[in-house]
Design a protein around this ligand. Structure first.
Ligand SMILES: CC(C)(COP(=O)(O)OP(=O)(O)OC[C@H]1O[C@@H](n2cnc3c(N)ncnc32)[C@H](O)[C@@H]1OP(=O)(O)O)[C@@H](O)C(=O)NCCC(=O)NCCS
Length: 303
């Protein structure tokens, strides 16, 4: 059984190497949903805390802000491996450097909490298309994860024994959206996209984009997996679904798609592998991530 997640609140690094997460936005129990109309309120949100509906109890979702001060960036860098620090040093812009360092440190912290080890002890390997996974003795835990960033927000998802992929995007007007849709979406997706009311197009576009991205990230193939080989739902009025994977219908394809609202103006998608025996997962029910946050979430405070 994995250790309970530990989340620290405060300005300084704690003794166990846990980063302060005063800007943490999180959690399971409110914004992850299989469907529902756009009219659904996009989370109770504030600068520091968001709660997320979790429709799939086998998945944990954490959303973290990456715009932290220099002290936290320094503390974060201390948790990285040498290879990660080298990678960080190659970012030309401070902002990109900070985002990578903080996101990777937070990943290590979240994994360490679930594995009951220090964040800097977590070992990672990469699949042939770059998907990170646990290495060495940690691989046997069955813990799977994936992450995505959009500007200063990072979305993490965790599951046991199931591959998982996530994507987060800011919903916005994209000048070439129709052209991009014609090239990147499958024929069926593009047909649906073209029939959308113009007001629904930005959300329809990013519904499709995040769902496709989450699926190819769950597979670990990234863009090596042909994007026309599968269809996802995208109309804002429709539930989030994988509709087809090659010649298999979505309900038989072995993957489940969820959407989530990680914060104002943001949309996320999570694709998780189905398992034959659901009870095989040690994650049995929806959980609040971070004991320190639980009172806020359950009492409905915006802080
Ligand atoms: C690399 C890729 C996996 C995601 O890239 P992205 O959208 O720029 O970035 P995201 O923030 O969503 O995800 C990046 C994270 O995914 C993880 N990742 C990298 N390669 C991955 C892979 N093959 N599979 C799954 N996860 C991967 C990493 O953790 C990475 O973050 P890190 O390097 O800081 O650890 C790949 O799918 C890609 O290049 N996508 C381009 C976007 C696109 O054209 N999408 C089409 C949708 S219609």
């Amino acid at each position: 059984m994995p250790g309970r997640p530990r989340v620290c609140l405060g300005e300084n690094m704690s003794a166990d190497g846990c980063l302060p997460v005063s800007r943490l936005v999180t959690d399971v129990d409110a914004g992850l949903s299989d469907g529902g109309p756009l009219a659904r309120p996009p989370l109770r949100a504030s600068a520091s805390c968001v709660d997320v509906v979790m429709a799939d109890p086998a998945v944990e979702v954490v959303v973290t802000r990456l715009d932290v001060g220099p002290d936290i960036v320094r503390a974060s860098a201390a948790l990285l491996s040498d290879a990660e620090r080298q990678r960080a040093s190659r970012f030309r812009f401070d902002r990109e450097h900070r985002r990578f360092v903080v996101a990777r440190a937070r990943l290590r912290q979240l994994l360490g909490a679930r594995l009951d080890v220090r964040p800097d002890a977590v070992e990672l390997v990469y699949g042939k298309r770059g998907k990170p996974a646990l290495a060495g003795r940690f691989a046997d835990s069955g813990l799977r994860f994936n992450l995505s960033h959009c500007d200063d927000v990072a979305l993490y998802a965790f599951s046991y024994g199931r591959e998982i992929g996530v994507d987060i995007e800011a919903v916005r007007m994209v000048p070439d959206a129709d052209v991009i849709a014609a090239h990147m979406f499958s024929r069926g997706e593009n047909e649906v996209y073209r029939t959308l009311d113009p007001r629904d197009k930005p959300l329809g576009f990013f519904n499709c984009w995040t769902r496709k991205e989450a699926f190819i990230k769950a597979l670990g193939d990234g863009l090596y997996y042909p994007l026309d080989r599968f269809d996802v739902s995208l109309a804002p009025s429709e539930p989030a679904r994988i509709l087809r994977v090659e010649n298999t219908t979505g309900d038989q394809c072995g993957w489940t798609l969820h959407r989530c609202w990680p914060g104002p103006g943001l949309i996320g998608a999570i694709v998780v592998q189905q398992v034959a025996c659901e009870s095989a997962s040690p994650v049995g029910s929806a959980r609040i991530i971070g004991d320190s946050l639980a009172p806020w979430l359950s009492s409905g405070h915006d802080t």
